[in-house]
Design a protein around this ligand. Structure first.
Ligand code: ADP
Ligand code: MG
Length: 727
């Protein structure tokens, strides 16, 4: 019998690149063709209707039902012109993915006829049978009603044959059951607080946005190989696998030339993304073998997040066409880099003011320092909450490892901004930020480079990178809303406090700019402990961070406590982003999800141990025993011992591993059963964290040792060298 692993390896090796049907036009010809954007609206909606919908998008005005009727009619015609037959409310439940339930436009009409229908009501609101989505107890199943409601600020689009309408998902009683609702509330809170502070600088009547540019890292693995790894299929990460002799130590993958088969996948993915108006821009190999990155041009956060969610699902379907499976898990392989999703975040105005960019005049620089200080203070005061926004079972494997920031939130500012703040602390006047310095390369044919205002420090979780903060702790599989909502909310809250303080100073006679300057100084003084430019991996930093009062907890179920602390409740109450019951419900979901993820891993590992690994180990051990017995018979005891050094040790070694694996997987199963009895979800999650994780590691060590001993011809699971290097 041929080991199916070898067949899969052969298949993977022989798989040719699949070139997508080359787009016949330049990108700009088909860009956004599957989006109901302003260009399409001009074609399908009357001027009057368009004005109403722009108003709704820009000012959050609720659309009257009559107008919604016109919009729906135009949208339906557009969608049908592009071959759509179905529509869906597309939303982002707390599972982290997206949800859609397709309904056909087609309705029976008369006797034996049908008619395509799509009304304003169908566009505006739906009531999906939502009882199976996680709600953290907000929705009892006997009252399982949840509503989806259209979010006109994110345009409708077509995927396959379906018109997708981005919506929020809320309970019967109005509580948020999704990621989008609090995100939109936080965007609103931030815009309001920012506008109020901007008034000190004479900026009025312009809309304020939070912007997001995500960088999506991912792994590709050949689908034939993946099919033989139940752990990859069920848990999206390898639960076993000995290091490959070669992994990333040659550092030859990062920015290396993109393998042809992968390039074909990327082109196909980009083609699909462009049609959906997603401004993908950058593609490259990442550090680990078979790891890659895709990044778009930044957009308004709500849209950027929808686009990221769409891209993650496009990746999966496009990968299938290319014989790949895409892995979005933060740590699919032990011993090589994991995947993150850096979230580049900034605030700006519609009129083009970038509030986190240093300016030219004193006033512009004060504005810059003012917003910087407020962001830093928000991060300092809420560092535990910010960490909670990215803490998941899968991301916990990545944070603190040698490719990702540590699980302590601090901020890197770079030398020039640090210096500007130091000057601010020591003076009563304005400070100047050094102009960009030219850097002479000494190569005549290459012009002078302008070095950025900031340095680079890859170990910093929340680094300032010239005109934005880069939040690097976000996991590759995450819905970025979780992180962005927290950033928006805490900054909105802080700006509110800042304004109160400045107004107090002004009321007691200080001139406006001086009041802003003085308060900015105090704000920075109070939070400068969050700034750290050193090596985030060092042990000294951990000790120092504790001294500075930064949260150093690494266990996700305990980190989640920060989501309902007194401080957090107050921040969310003041900004109106989430109520206490909503926050508590979300924590329930976090704890439950944590347990489920670990339970799946435990059960998969235990199954694999008993059905895949132990039978093979025993078979190989029997071969060795037969060999020993035959040797002894032919040569006699004494010569056998001399001729076969290590043979018996090997047999004993295998026995030891077999015994340990058998014992521990039994114990692990029993432990899961025991933990499942615990009612309280927090307590249960902590149980999984404290008791199950060790088992996963220990069992794995034995299996990995066996992988090195057992005949390669017999080993059933594709090995790291195959998963990581074949494409
Ligand atoms: P790097 O790998 O050096 O971090 P990338 O080019 O991969 O940089 O990604 C940078 C991301 O930051 C892109 O999505 C880019 O659009 C985004 N970005 C740039 N400027 C801003 C800004 N002002 N606000 C938010 N995001 C930004
Ligand atoms: Mg980056």
């Amino acid at each position: 019998m041929v080991n199916s692993r070898f067949r899969a390896v052969e298949e993977a090796f022989a798989r040719p690149p699949v070139y997508a049907e080359a787009p016949s036009a330049v990108t700009s010809d088909y860009y956004g063709c599957k989006v109901f954007n302003r260009k399409q609206m001009r074609k399908y909606l009357s001027t009057e209707t368009r004005e109403r919908i722009y108003e709704s998008i820009e000012q959050g005005v609720v659309l009257e039902s009559g107008v919604a009727e016109h919009v729906a009619a135009g949208m339906k015609r557009w969608a049908m012109d592009l071959g759509a037959t179905h529509y869906t409310h597309w939303f982002q439940p707390l599972t982290g993915g997206t949800a859609e339930k397709h309904d056909s436009f087609s309705e029976p009409y008369g006797k034996g006829d049908s008619l395509e229908q799509f009304s304003g009501k169908m566009l505006a609101q739906q009531e999906p049978d939502a009882s199976s989505f996680p709600s953290g107890g907000l929705r009892n199943t006997f009252e399982a009603r949840g509503y989806t409601a259209w979010d006109p600020s994110s345009p409708a689009f077509i995927m396959d044959d379906c018109l997708c309408i981005p919506t929020v998902f809320i309970s019967y009683t109005g509580e948020a059951l999704d990621y989008k609702t609090p995100l939109l509330r936080s965007t609103y809170a931030l815009a309001k607080a920012t506008s109020e502070v901007l008034e000190y600088f004479g900026v009025k009547g312009t809309r304020v946005f939070s912007f997001l540019g995500w960088e999506q890292e991912y792994f590709l693995v050949d689908s034939s190989l993946c099919a033989l790894r139940p752990d990859l299929i069920m848990a999206e990460r390898t639960l076993m696998g000995h290091d490959s002799a070669r992994n990333q130590q040659l550092e030859d993958h990062y920015f290396g030339s993109i393998p042809k088969r992968v390039l074909a996948f990327m082109q196909d993915l980009e083609f699909e993304a462009y049609k959906l108006g997603i401004p993908v821009k950058t593609r490259h190999n990442e550090v680990a073998p078979n790891q890659f990155e895709l990044a778009p041009v930044y957009e308004e956060a709500n849209l950027a997040i929808d686009h990221n969610q769409i891209v993650m699902s496009l990746m999966k379907s496009v990968a299938e066409r290319h014989g790949f499976k895409v892995l979005l898990h933060e740590k699919p392989y032990k011993g090589v880099n994991g995947s993150g999703k850096h979230c580049n975040w900034s605030i700006g105005t519609e009129s083009g003011l970038a509030l986190l960019s240093p300016g030219k005049s004193d006033e512009e620089n004060l504005r810059f320092l003012c917003f910087m200080a407020n962001v830093l203070k928000a991060v300092y005061d809420n560092n535990a909450l910010l960490k909670a926004s990215v803490a998941t079972a899968s991301n916990a494997h990545r944070l603190g490892a040698n490719e990702a920031p540590p699980a302590i939130i601090s901020s890197f500012l770079g030398s020039q901004v640090t210096k500007a703040f130091e000057e601010l602390l020591n003076s009563r006047d304005m400070v100047k930020i050094g102009a960009k310095k030219g850097y002479k390369l000494g190569i005549p044919q290459v012009p002078e480079l302008l070095i950025d205002n900031t340095d680079r420090n890859r170990t910093s979780p929340f680094a300032f990178t010239g005109n934005r903060f880069e939040f690097r702790a976000v996991g590759s599989s995450a819905n970025c809303s979780s992180a962005v909502t927290v950033i928006n909310t805490i900054v909105a809250y802080q700006l509110g406090k800042f304004k109160e303080a400045v107004d107090g100073r002004i009321a007691s006679g200080t001139p406006v700019m001086q009041a802003v300057l003085d308060e900015t100084r105090e704000c920075f003084r109070a939070c400068k402990d969050v700034c750290f430019d050193g090596n985030g991996y060092s042990e000294e930093w951990k000790a120092e961070a504790i001294r500075r009062g930064l949260d150093c907890e690494t266990c996700p179920p305990r980190i989640y406590d920060a989501c309902t602390s007194e401080r957090t409740l107050e921040v969310y109450r003041e900004t109106g982003v989430l109520t206490e019951p909503e926050l508590q419900a979300r924590n329930e979901v976090l704890w439950e999800t944590y347990c489920k993820k670990l339970e799946i891993e435990a059960r998969v590992l235990s199954d694999l141990s008993s059905n895949h690994i132990l039978p093979i180990a025993i078979r190989y051990q029997t071969l060795l025993l037969e060999n020993a017995a035959a040797m002894k018979t032919v040569y006699g005891e004494e010569r056998f011992v001399a001729m076969s050094p290590g043979l018996l040790e090997s047999i004993e070694d295998i026995s030891r591993h077999i015994c340990s694996i058998r014992r521990m997987s039994g114990e692990l199963n029993a432990l899961c059963n025991e933990l499942d009895e615990i009612e309280d979800s927090r307590e249960k999650a902590i149980g999984y964290n404290d008791r199950v994780l060790n088992y996963l590691e220990d069992i794995r060590d034995h299996i990995d040792a066996l992988e090195m001993e057992v005949d390669d011809q017999m080993w059933p699971l594709p090995k790291y060298r195959e998963l990581l290097f074949i494409r």
